[in-house]
Design a protein around this ligand. Structure first.
Ligand code: CAA
Length: 263
């Protein structure tokens, strides 16, 4: 793809099939301003549309994945302005529509919106020293980008209540123990490397199956079991019509692109 240059994020293609987006607002601990989010959406959309990219890694710095929504933007926000502008609508306008897997590699602070953004990823990796939390209560607000819903679904009501009502943080080690993170690494570097490795592995699978798998797993998050199972079976059946299924796995990127070309 044409890799654009942005002001608040860096976009890179570190290995075949893998796009890497790095938040780059070091002086604000990668606070997720609207400007940053619009760039993130644009980069995600570009990578999603790119035929050579099959998986996306999202990361910040060793010090901060992201320290939340930009507090400076919220300081003077009134109810009517928040409501009229549908404040932080950019957070949900694009990410739910990205069809390629997104892996978050979380190091340092992942607070407020930073934690919520990490929870929006398809797979979450972190380092043991990462710090997650929903400190909004200390600002007189509540999580506004899914924290109360996604975190509660992941860790259960009692733990979620304690975190959201007190603003207390939890560590990367706890994120692993509680099932928030799929893997916990000893260092930031290993965490990013691990995420890139997994992204590379996924990028070597059938793109069609990866897309279908992401779709059906996500379906489980917002439907009842019966509807979800019906949906899964329909997509499962559909994949028997694909060339990828006839070829089998594991496949090289070359075979996949040839197969997709034939579809
Ligand atoms: N927005 C804007 N700027 C932020 C920020 C944020 N969320 N978090 C940190 N910064 C800025 C600080 O203002 C500071 O900038 P200046 O040097 O210009 O003052 C710089 O980043 C470094 O921050 P600190 O000096 O505070 O760094 P620290 O290492 O002492 O502390 C921290 C780190 C514990 C993460 C602390 O910065 C902090 O508590 N940040 C706020 C976290 C927070 O409350 N996030 C929730 C936001 S609300 C939200 O996200 C709503 C939602 O659900 C969508």
């Amino acid at each position: 793809p044409v890799i654009k240059t942005y002001d608040h994020i860096l976009v890179d293609l570190p290995k075949p099939g893998v796009g890497l987006i790095t938040f780059n607002r070091p002086r604000a601990l990668n606070a997720l301003s609207t400007a940053l989010f619009l760039e993130l959406n644009d980069a995600l959309q570009t990578l999603d549309n790119d035929d050579d990219t099959n998986a996306i890694v999202l990361t910040g710095s060793e010090k901060a994945f992201a320290a939340g929504a930009d507090i400076k933007e919220m300081k003077d926000l009134s109810f009517s302005k928040a409501y009229n502008t549908n404040f932080i609508t950019s957070w949900s306008s694009t990410i739910p529509n990205i069809r390629k897997p997104i892996i978050a590699a979380v190091n340092g602070h992942a607070l407020g919106g930073g934690c919520e953004l990490a929870l929006m990823a398809d797979i979450l990796y972190c380092s043991s020293s990462a710090t997650f939390g929903q400190p909004e209560i200390k600002l007189g607000i509540i999580p506004g980008a899914g924290g109360s819903q996604r975190l509660t679904a992941l860790i259960g009501k009692s733990r979620a209540m304690e975190l959201i009502l007190t603003g207390k943080t939890f560590s990367g080690t706890e994120a692993g123990q509680w099932g928030v993170a799929a893997q916990v690494f000893d260092s930031a570097e290993e965490c990013v490397r691990g995420a890139l490795e997994t992204a590379g592995k996924i990028a070597g699978m059938s793109r069609l199956s990866v897309r279908a798998a992401k779709e059906v797993v996500n379906k489980s998050q917002d439907t009842g079991l019966r509807e979800g199972l019906d949906y899964e079976r329909k997509v499962f059946h559909g994949l028997f019509g694909s060339k990828d299924q006839k070829i089998g796995e594991p496949m090289s990127l070359e075979i996949i692109s040839n197969a997709l070309h034939l579809l």
